[in-house]
Design a binder for this molecule. Structure first.
Ligand SMILES: Cc1cc2nc3c(=O)[nH]c(=O)nc-3n(C[C@H](O)[C@H](O)[C@H](O)COP(=O)(O)OP(=O)(O)OC[C@H]3O[C@@H](n4cnc5c(N)ncnc54)[C@H](O)[C@@H]3O)c2cc1C
Length: 437
């Protein structure tokens, strides 16, 4: 992206009444205004770059993924948001409680005990409000934001990449820029167009979830914990306390146990699973679903490539993992910052420096993906779960795990070798189990 390449581009809108000509010049065109796209846009705009964000929906809009990790805080600060988060309503979260389905066994991870985590406070948010705050912030930092504008296709083969957009009015236009960043979430516009997406054969899951009233929040230090209940079938579920008093409740199933039903609505199916959840017995009479229920299916995938010469993929548009450790927004924000760094290093540089910046971005994303995938696959191993419910037997191990679950993807040696020991113990337990069977 030599600056010689950055030139004024023209956007030609074809409407039923004729042609509309708009003059614009963008160094970066970002597809999608979720956490990945909005955070990247804010950082680039703060650095004085000309950025366009094209978002299909009008914010605020519903989105799953309300539970954040402590290490989101420094990433949010990089976008220009301060600790007050624009007055956003949040539930403070200091840890995670893991429960057996009937509630008999439990284990708690407290982020304050984690190695290498200086600020242990995380938060639960209503994503409609959180995402709106991030997108508004990107605009305040100087990014141009088009809402209710759908990206139809991307042409990366041209000298300058261009994006076909349908505006709110129905008019369609091409927008040209120097670089395209796909942050379109699971839509994965470029990944699908270039056939880059690879489904994860070990994580074929379906999720079913909704918001509820009448479920009391916990009290004391763990009042803001995400509660993760582990089902005997291997599936699991979550209870996330929300700022307006509601509770987000969801189940994650192996596709063989429950897949997206063609005959039963999400509401009927979820009510059936909720009725069988002993954890909610005490509040069953006050429990009330608010709004519709949602399915999400086959949400774990990776990508064959994160970058090309004039494009890159970030956040869910590239890869996504099972949400058991609430890592989605963390990964999206981290990828947003990495993508901005890659562009800032490459925008005015020569070809070889630009290639190096993109290679570094690719390496970081692959490493992060492998890191979380290793943890997630661990969670589905029965021996790992057994160990998880005995934290008193391995206190330093629990502190190390807390550090990873806080979003610390580069823990120091203290946490690293202890986590390696946990996985070694799991391996030995499995070997013993196989031999005695
Ligand atoms: C069941 C489930 C539970 C989860 N729970 C959590 C959790 O507790 N904590 C957590 O951190 N994460 C969670 N996640 C993951 C989290 O929701 C995502 O990882 C996160 O939202 C990714 O951010 P993103 O910006 O990459 O994508 P998104 O947030 O999906 O943003 C993408 C944006 O692109 C826009 N877009 C799509 N197509 C187009 C188009 N054609 N043109 C223009 N715009 C377009 C969309 O409208 C959207 O606004 C969960 C995920 C699932 C499936």
């Amino acid at each position: 992206m030599d600056s010689a390449l950055t030139k004024t581009v023209s956007c030609e809108a074809e409407t039923s009444s004729g042609h509309v000509q708009a003059e614009a010049h963008f160094e970066a065109i970002i597809l999608g205004g979720g956490p990945a796209g909005a955070s990247c846009a804010a950082i680039l705009a703060r650095a004085g770059r000309r950025v366009l964000v094209i978002e299909r929906d009008r914010f605020p809009r519903f989105h799953v993924g309300e539970s954040l990790l402590p290490l989101a805080n420094p990433l949010l600060r990089r976008t220009g948001l301060d600790a007050r988060m624009g007055g956003l309503g949040v539930v403070e979260k200091f840890g995670a409680t893991f429960l057996s389905e009937c509630g008999r066994d439990s284990a708690r991870i407290d982020f304050a005990e984690a190695f290498d985590v200086s600020d242990p406070r995380a938060m639960h948010v209503l994503r409609e409000d959180f995402d709106t705050l991030l997108l508004d912030n990107a605009q305040e930092q100087g990014a141009e934001v088009w809402q209710e504008a759908s990206v139809l296709t991307v042409d990366c083969e041209a000298f300058l990449p261009r994006v076909r957009v349908r505006l709110e009015t129905g008019a369609e236009l091409w927008v040209e820029g120097d670089f395209v960043l796909d942050a379109s979430g699971r839509s994965g516009i470029l990944a699908r167009q270039k056939n880059l997406r690879v489904a994860d054969p070990e994580l074929r899951k379906t999720a079913l979830f909704a918001h509820f009233r009448g479920v009391p929040h916990l009290r004391g230090r763990n009042r803001g914990d995400i509660q993760v209940f582990c089902r005997e079938s291997g599936g699991w579920g979550w209870l996330i306390p929300l700022p307006d008093g509601r509770m987000s409740i969801g189940f994650v199933f192996d596709n063989k146990e429950q897949s997206k039903s063609k005959t039963e609505s999400a509401e009927v199916c979820l009510d059936r699973w909720i009725a069988g959840l002993a954890l909610l017995d005490d509040c069953r009479s006050s429990l009330r679903r608010e709004g519709r229920a949602y399915w999400e299916a086959d949400f774990s995938y990776s990508t064959r490539a994160y970058t090309g010469s004039n494009w890159l993929l970030l956040g869910d548009a590239a890869s996504f993992l099972d949400p058991v450790f609430s890592s989605g927004v963390q990964i999206a924000l981290a990828a947003g910052a990495d993508a901005a760094d890659a562009l800032l290093a490459g925008l005015d540089a020569g070809a070889s420096r630009r290639r190096r910046a993109l290679k570094r971005f690719e390496r970081l994303q692959r490493r992060r993906y492998r890191f979380y995938r290793h943890l997630v696959l661990g969670f589905y191993r029965p021996a790992f779960r057994k160990l998880m419910f005995q934290p008193e037997a391995w206190p330093a191990g629990a502190r190390s795990l807390a550090s990873l679950l806080a979003g610390q993807e580069r823990p120091g040696w203290r946490a690293r070798w202890r986590v390696a020991m946990i996985f070694l113990t799991v391996f030995c337990m499995e070997r013993r189990g196989t031999r005695s069977a």
